[in-house]
Design a protein around this ligand. Sequence first.
Ligand code: HEC
Length: 138
Amino acid sequence: MKSRTASILSISFISMLFFFICGGKGLCQIAPKASNGIVIPDSLKTIFQNSCMPCHWQGGGIKSTLHVNFSKWDEYKPNAQAGKAKKICSALVDDKMPPAMAREKKPEIVLKNNQIDAICKWSASLPAESQPEENKPE
Ligand code: HEC
């Protein structure tokens, strides 16, 4: 009897843990870690999750995650984050992302103009990438 209670308890504890880590969506989101870096606003996170996964997430393509890996966003330095945000905006404005192949298979991942505007406004609000590493306050 005792061991049964214990296993029920541990199962509920583990599922609660998953719920907290993964937001109960069965899909781990970018952890809202406290960092002095740039935080992606939730509304944009949703767009990236819908349209840029699975390529730009951990376990996604090698080339795509080299450019942008949203699972590692918090590990990028603020300079790199700002630079990537600006690259994301240009890739979207130039209609390069999501790639044509992916659009054909899943037309619903193509971004709407207002979503691209919101992303570009956010990236434009970030500090310029050009700040040299050595002058950067840690
Ligand atoms: C089907 C997979 C796939 C999806 C979905 C996808 N990408 Fe990409 N992305 C790639 C690949 C592959 C590359 C690398 C292309 C290369 O190096 O030639 C890339 C490159 C990029 C780059 C770098 C481009 C450059 O010229 O510097 C950015 C920025 C980018 N993606 C942003 C996004 C954003 C934002 C989304 C969602 C709106 C997205 N991608 C969706 C596969 C994907």
